[in-house]
Design a protein around this ligand. Structure first.
Ligand code: DOR
Length: 436
């Protein structure tokens, strides 16, 4: 068992720097000047220079593309991006090829994650067979598999049939599962290419109206309340959705409903359409300034529980083409922290404890992980991220670990650099390099 000393770190960015001694998989000691103690006898000292130390980030929404599109991402490259971005656990979405709608596929993804060993990879199981929305997948079998699937989603597609959604909520309730909904009423988004508003109209792009999301969110809150099932709303993108969630959560009898927002929806708007650059195409689409500000407020006050990346790498040929043919999606794992610092910390909406809440603690709680999102405290698992809050860096898609290069933040200077990431006491990333 190795012992790692994190020298000069500030838990949650508060107080004078201290040292954190990691012994094996747990935090053994926290205090000033630990390296002066000869008994400390450490294998490695990570000089952190006053970096903020937080629990490792947990991403409820990652596309790893394996199996099927290993030209866009693999479990290995996506795990590297995750570790470099400060993550210690990710949830790999089910829209692979073949779809992760059975025990064989989820166990394959789970095993690959363990073999790579950079981050805990939790496969998400599809809600319906082939993501077709017609017949429930074998949810119980996936739950009982080695992957112990707990979160189910047809992400990329909405579980639009209300009866199927009801049954999914009822069935997953029996084993403490979560249904993560991609809220998009498909009849309202036929042919949709961008947020329905003035920009799309001017450019002649078919619109994706806000109520297509909001109607499903309202419906599913009611179904969660009625069934007692647990619902998670993926990538909230509109002010109206935030208002519905606020209303629902204020009700005494509210069912268990949680929600996530992506970094790109916290920063970018449909003004990006001007360039016609498909790097800005994403589903749900980039919306308006008013939506962005409402989402930041909702994240700050807990109406939206957490940040999830919707990391969606694509091969060059699927993005470097005309807008209508391009696939929706953006890279997110290595830029999420920077965007959260820029939009939430530098604006005074969240402190570092708040960052830990929305990027680690809440996502771990939502997914039922007991060893992630824990406090930085003695006796807790050493799943940690060290962040230099003052360092700025410039995003270069080609330099990120993902195989896809589709970052909408290309060329942007972002604050907050990951100094190191530790998974169960093992350094998985340090100074921009992964360690296997
Ligand atoms: O933009 C998106 N890309 N939204 C989704 O819901 C799916 C994802 C993907 O798989 O590329």
């Amino acid at each position: 068992m190795s012992r790692v000393l994190l020298k000069d770190v500030r838990p949650y960015g508060v107080g004078d720097p201290v040292d954190v001694l990691v012994d094996g998989e747990v935090i053994a000691e926290i205090g000033p000047g630990l390296e002066l103690d000869p008994a400390a006898n450490v294998d490695e000292i990570v000089h952190a220079g006053g970096a903020v130390v937080l629990p490792g980030f947990v991403d409820l929404h990652t596309h790893l593309r394996e199996p099927g599109r290993e030209d866009a991402e693999t479990v290995e490259t996506g795990s590297a991006a995750a570790a470099l971005g400060g993550y210690t656990a990710v949830f790999a979405m089910a829209n692979t090829d073949p779809v992760a709608d059975n025990a064989v596929i989820v166990e394959h993804v789970w095993r690959r994650g363990r073999e790579v060993g950079l981050v805990d990879v939790h496969p998400v199981g599809a809600v319906t067979v082939g993501l077709k929305g017609e017949k429930l997948a074998e949810l119980g079998t996936m739950r009982r598999s080695a992957a112990e699937v707990r979160v189910f989603s047809d992400d990329g597609h909405c579980v639009h049939d209300p009866l199927i959604m009801r049954r999914a909520l009822e069935y997953t309730k029996s084993f403490g599962g979560v249904v993560a909904q991609h809220a998009e009423e498909p009849r309202l988004t036929v042919g949709a290419q961008a947020h329905e508003g003035a920009n799309a109209a001017r450019l002649g792009l078919a619109g994706w109206p806000a109520p297509a999301e909001e109607a499903i969110v309202a419906r599913d809150c009611l179904l969660a309340g009625h069934t007692g099932g647990t619902l998670h709303i993926c990538h909230v993108s509109t002010e109206g959705t935030a208002e519905i969630l606020r209303w629902w959560k204020s009700r005494e009898a509210a069912g268990r409903v949680s929600a996530e927002v992506t970094p790109h929806h916290l920063l970018l708007t449909d003004d990006r359409l001007e360039t016609y650059d498909p790097v800005n195409k994403v589903n749900p689409p980039l919306r308006t300034d008013a939506d962005v500000l409402a989402l930041r407020r909702a994240l700050a006050d807990g109406t939206v529980d957490c940040v999830a990346t919707d990391h969606a790498p694509h091969a060059a040929q699927d993005k470097d083409c005309e807008w209508s043919a391009a696939k929706p999606g953006m890279l997110g794992l290595q830029t999420a922290l920077g965007i959260v610092v820029q939009t939430m910390v530098r604006t005074g909406l969240l402190d570092w404890r708040g960052v830990a809440r929305v990027m680690s603690q809440r996502p771990a709680e939502i997914a039922g992980l007991t060893d992630q999102g824990r406090p930085v405290a003695v006796g807790e698992p050493a799943n940690l991220v060290l962040v230099d809050p003052d360092a700025e860096w410039t995003v270069r898609g080609a330099e990120l670990a993902s195989l896809g290069e589709n970052s909408p933040f290309e060329g942007m200077q972002l604050p907050g650099r990951v100094v190191a990431t530790l998974l169960r006491g093992k350094v998985t990333a340090h100074e921009g390099k992964v360690r296997r």
